[in-house]
Ligand binder design. Structure first.
Ligand SMILES: Nc1ncnc2c1ncn2[C@@H]1O[C@H](COP(=O)(O)OP(=O)(O)O)[C@@H](O)[C@H]1O
Ligand SMILES: [Mg+2]
Length: 304
């Protein structure tokens, strides 16, 4: 009886208390009253209780922080949404201003239009990032060369900028990807390269953006290469981190972060291979979707 009583008191009861605390805490992890109050015991049970208490408080703090962040995100997206509408109104006015014959108006209006355009595209970028998760990629076999041509068309490179776009993808190169998402990845990378190259003053510089692709087994690799100045330190430090990596005025620092996310959703990688004055290379790898062997064999066995 005595032994049973001792074991019950020293071992079983405290373990039950801990288990109960875990279950209660799981039901309402934001309630501080549900964090276990550890005994001052020196043995293993005391250690376990203290560790559990520490873990529960840590979790509670993290949850609190996340809730604040989520609230803040919602507020930003609401402000941003209203701001975009106001900007659109201002944009309309500035377009009309640009048509006024007055010389001062003629001089300031284009600058105003440009500033508003930048603000609107910033708002759009932030809003689209704020929307919930990207849809999982809907993958099909694509002709990459054609997709790269479309990217080039959309970029609408200013013919006076002296920038050359080279599509070096073989005509029969095929890639297994979501066409809309891969299009966004390539346009983000290309637009960055063009912005970087247009920013350079020196007139005699070679300005070339080229896209190559090769395949090793089931893995496709796309190289986006430019002859621009390379990434500034700030962009390098926060590479692929949303909102932090932008080193140009009016930039959101979302382009690379979104591209990275989209490539990862394909099970692939996006890396900066090289970046110095005159040569910057981003490399995208995208593996083909794995084939379900059993299903494929079954399909072969079935009579046609
Ligand atoms: N090809 C490139 N050459 C030089 N700098 C680049 C290149 N690509 C990206 N960057 C730098 O990385 C930063 C982050 O790019 P990005 O995530 O697309 O954000 P944003 O374009 O909105 O600034 C850019 O501001 C730019 O300074
Ligand atoms: Mg960008």
């Amino acid at each position: 009886m005595l032994v049973f009583y001792a074991i019950n008191r020293i071992m079983i009861r405290p373990i039950r208390t801990m288990t109960r605390s875990m279950l209660e805490f799981a039901e309402a992890p934001d309630d501080p009253a549900r964090i276990i109050r550890p005994d001052a015991r020196e043995d293993e049970i005391g250690v376990a209780e203290r560790e559990l208490a520490a873990m529960q408080s840590q979790l509670q703090r993290t949850l609190g922080e996340q809730k604040h962040l989520a609230d803040l995100g919602l507020a930003v997206s609401k402000i941003n949404h209203d701001m975009r509408n106001m900007l659109a109104a201002a944009q309309l006015m500035s377009d009309r201003l640009a048509k006024v014959m007055d010389p001062t108006a003629q001089r300031v209006a284009p600058r105003l239009v440009r500033a508003l355009d930048r603000a609107v595209s910033y708002s759009n970028g932030v809003l689209s990032y704020g929307r919930t998760q990207e849809a999982p990629p809907a993958r099909r076999r694509l002709r990459l060369r054609q997709l790269v041509d479309e990217v080039n068309e959309l970029l609408g490179i200013d013919p006076d900028a002296g920038i050359e776009f080279v599509n070096a993808v073989e005509p029969d190169f095929e890639i297994d990807a979501d066409s809309e998402q891969l299009f966004r990845v390539l346009s983000n990378l290309s637009r960055n390269a063009i912005q970087a190259m247009s920013g350079e003053q020196e007139g005699t510089l070679v300005r070339r953006l080229s896209v190559h692709a090769d395949r090793t087994g089931t893995i496709c690799r796309i190289l986006v290469e430019d002859t621009g100045p390379g990434l500034p330190p700030k962009a390098r430090e926060h590479l692929f981190t949303a909102f932090r990596g932008s080193a140009r005025s009016g930039g959101t620092g979302l382009g690379l972060a979104i591209a990275h996310e989209l490539v990862r959703a394909h099970g692939g990688t996006l890396e900066l291979m090289e970046s110095r004055g005159g040569r910057t290379v981003f490399s995208i790898t995208i593996p083909d979707q794995p084939v379900d062997l059993d299903a494929a064999r079954d399909a072969l066995r079935r009579p046609a």
